[in-house]
Design a binder for this molecule. Structure first.
Ligand SMILES: Nc1ncnc2c1ncn2[C@@H]1O[C@H](COP(=O)(O)OP(=O)(O)OP(=O)(O)O)[C@@H](O)[C@H]1O
Ligand SMILES: [Mg+2]
Length: 352
């Protein structure tokens, strides 16, 4: 096992800047997810770690060892893709033991290790089948077994679950996480599914156009996004800009297009001289207004979408669009006027 360091990595494909001066340190045994929109450089970063892609600039370290000139098969990484890339003509057993054969591991040890991972992933009994005779979830587990059986230093996943249906995706991601924790393998996981990233990661790297937009644990990324890109990419967001009109300790009164709001902030992100601030809050933080509650907003429902446990409301507040979510059990209809309150500590100040 090892920690992984990416130092000032840049990769271009002719005029496309796929990865832009990216630096990242992943601790030994840590599970880090790269999350971002299509084309932001996630796969390129993974491929560079695996050695299938040579950096234009920068270094990759496993522990203290620089890997740039080490060929992929000598890096002791394993990669697991969206398309399982199993050998179709080989049995499950031979697919899983393939890497061990390449490493010239003894027959006896091969047998022990293959049986062990098959047990861990609950695919015992499928040894003789061919990949074409397995369900998607089983194929995914075989691909996983094949990746971990070689006990790699670094495990790389590129959207491994996107071919599975929603329920199975949740089930297999729990299995991946449990197995990774048990084995303590340093893992980089790529997805563009935000729920998956929040559920599975020690830390999340939100990428945008080849660079790191924010790096943090799931709670921080969700509750304290630093930029409107992060706030808008993960979860639902109301993002506004306003002018600071007064300050009382950590409470800022801000004149926003939809009215005045009081925002509680430790102030670190608000320069004293700054007059305008950008801020975000989540629709689910909005509460039905009760007398005395802070930050009262009155809006007209444009659309209310019943989701079962909650209603998702799009409303107009003095000409401004705002989204709210409420567990109000009655049926809400367009045209109705509703009053909400936004808790003072629900806001995050954004850098841009
Ligand atoms: N071999 C290549 N040749 C030319 N351009 C490439 C190549 N590989 C990637 N790119 C470009 O580099 C950028 C980053 O691609 P990358 O595959 O890393 O994105 P990604 O974040 O994995 O996206 P997705 O979520 O769609 O898989 C994209 O603009 C892509 O078109
Ligand atoms: Mg990709």
């Amino acid at each position: 096992m090892a920690n992984l360091r990416i130092v000032n990595l840049t990769k271009r494909f002719s005029e496309v800047l796929a990865v832009d001066n990216l630096s990242l340190e992943v601790a030994d045994g840590e599970f880090v997810t790269l999350l971002g929109p299509s084309g932001c450089g996630k796969t390129t970063t993974l491929r560079t770690i695996a050695g299938f892609c040579y950096p234009d600039e920068g270094e990759i370290f496993f522990g203290d060892k620089i890997m740039n000139n080490i060929s992929p098969n000598k890096r002791n990484t394993a990669m697991c893709f969206q398309s399982y890339a199993l050998f179709p003509h080989m049995s499950v057993w031979n697919n899983i033991s393939f890497g061990l054969k390449m490493q010239k591991i003894s027959q006896q040890e091969q047998k022990e290790r293959v049986l062990k991972v098959m047990g861990m992933l609950g695919i015992e009994g499928l040894e003789k089948r061919k990949p074409g005779e397995l369900s998607g979830g089983q194929q995914q587990r075989v691909a996983l077994a094949r990746a971990i059986v070689t006990e790699p230093q670094v495990l790389l996943f590129d959207e491994p679950l996107s071919n599975l249906d929603a329920k199975l995706r949740v089930q297999v991601r729990v299995e991946i996480r449990e197995m990774q924790k048990r084995l303590g393998i340093t893992t980089i996981y790529v997805t563009h599914d935000q729920d998956e990233a929040l559920a599975i990661s020690d830390r999340i790297v939100v990428m945008n156009r080849g660079h790191i937009e924010q790096l943090g644990d799931p709670y921080t990324i969700y509750r304290n996004p630093e930029t409107s890109f992060v706030a808008g990419f993960i979860g639902l967001a109301n993002i506004y800009e306003g002018t600071i009109v007064s300050r009382d300790g950590s409470r800022y009164t801000v004149e926003a297009p939809f009215g005045k709001v009081v925002i509680v902030s430790d102030g670190q992100k608000i320069p004293e001289a700054s007059k305008t601030v950008k801020f975000v809050w989540r629709p689910e933080d909005m509460k039905i207004y009760t007398p005395g509650a802070p930050n009262r907003v009155k809006g007209k429902i444009l659309q209310a979408v019943f989701m079962g446990n909650i209603s998702d409301i799009f409303m107009d507040v003095q000409g401004n669009k705002m989204r709210a979510q409420t567990d109000e059990s009655r049926k809400l209809v367009a045209g109705e006027v509703m009053e909400f309150s936004i808790p003072e500590d629900a806001f995050s100040i954004l850098r841009r």
